[in-house]
Design a protein around this ligand. Structure first.
Ligand SMILES: Nc1ncnc2c1ncn2[C@@H]1O[C@H](COP(=O)(O)OP(=O)(O)O)[C@@H](O)[C@H]1O
Ligand SMILES: [Mg+2]
Length: 256
């Protein structure tokens, strides 16, 4: 695809000005680098000085070719991977130099993560899969009620007691989204959540993400190649070779 550099610069400027006027930032990334095999002939620069700010309540679609650094970015934001240099603020807390214990606290309180490979446990019910992140803390009656509420929102009322093997791909991914929401995180990160689904079941998953963004005000960053997603996201970002090469606010956001 041809990228017009002047257009790109203008779009970046417009998007960054729109966001920098806001004081309600939930994510702030400053000059973020991630290198693998640093200082060896095999060095890979997966992220090359990314600057990016996200306002509370945004729904951001991230696109870009395979190997461009999308997963690297999302896993750093999700406190699951380290960076080489730069800063990342999650709801005001700088995370790049935190201990593993502090990172897991941020992960628990701030982040819900949805993976392309859904990772459900096949031997327990869908409801128990949703409750799984709370297991180390002891599951209370109200947790179970909340899990059921979430599953209702996700259209899974009649699937709570089924095992994952008895669910469709789209239903499984919706269970995984409920699991990501069980801690009430203000941010959901989704890495190609529909990558393994056909377009119809993928559509169900996107509809659920859109619903939780709209109804609960949860900030969402989703990697997806689905043009349907870009249509109702509030902003779409392109990453190419470890850099943001497009950042567009969607003035035509389809909110219906
Ligand atoms: N754990 C790793 N070790 C070495 N190289 C990696 C690792 N993870 C990612 N990379 C490299 O970093 C680049 C970006 O990868 P990734 O973030 O997975 O891209 P995307 O999600 O956009 O496909 C690729 O060149 C990839 O090979
Ligand atoms: Mg990836």
């Amino acid at each position: 695809m041809m990228v017009n550099i002047e257009d790109t610069k203008l779009q970046l400027k417009i998007a960054s000005e729109a966001v920098s006027e806001s004081t309600d930032l939930i994510i702030e990334i400053k000059d973020l680098w991630r290198k693998f095999f640093e200082d060896t002939p095999a060095e890979v620069q997966a992220l090359r000085g990314v600057n990016f700010r996200v306002e509370k309540g945004e729904f951001i679609t991230i696109m870009g070719p395979s190997g461009s650094g999308k997963s690297t970015l999302l896993t750093i934001l999700g406190c699951m991977a380290s960076s080489s240099s730069g800063q990342v603020l999650i709801d005001g807390t700088e995370i790049t130099k935190l201990s593993q214990r502090k990172l897991s606290e941020i992960r628990k309180n701030k982040i819900g993560f949805v993976f392309q490979d859904i990772f459900l446990i096949d031997t327990i019910s869908a409801l128990d899969n949703v409750l799984l992140p709370l297991l180390p803390y002891g599951i209370k009656k109200e947790d179970e009620e909340r899990a059921k509420e979430l599953m209702k929102t996700a259209g899974l009322d009649d699937r709570m007691h089924h095992k994952p093997t008895e669910l469709s791909g789209g239903q499984k991914q919706r269970v995984a989204i409920c699991r990501a929401l069980i801690n009430n995180p203000p941010i959901v990160l989704a890495d190609e959540p529909t990558g393994n689904l056909d377009s119809q079941t993928g559509g169900e998953v996107l509809a659920l993400l859109r619903k939780i963004n709209k109804e609960k005000g949860i900030t969402i960053l989703a990697v997806s190649h689905d043009p349907k997603l870009a249509e109702f996201s509030s902003r779409d970002v392109m990453i190419t070779d470890g850099e943001i090469t497009r950042d567009r606010i969607n003035p035509f956001r389809n909110n219906h």
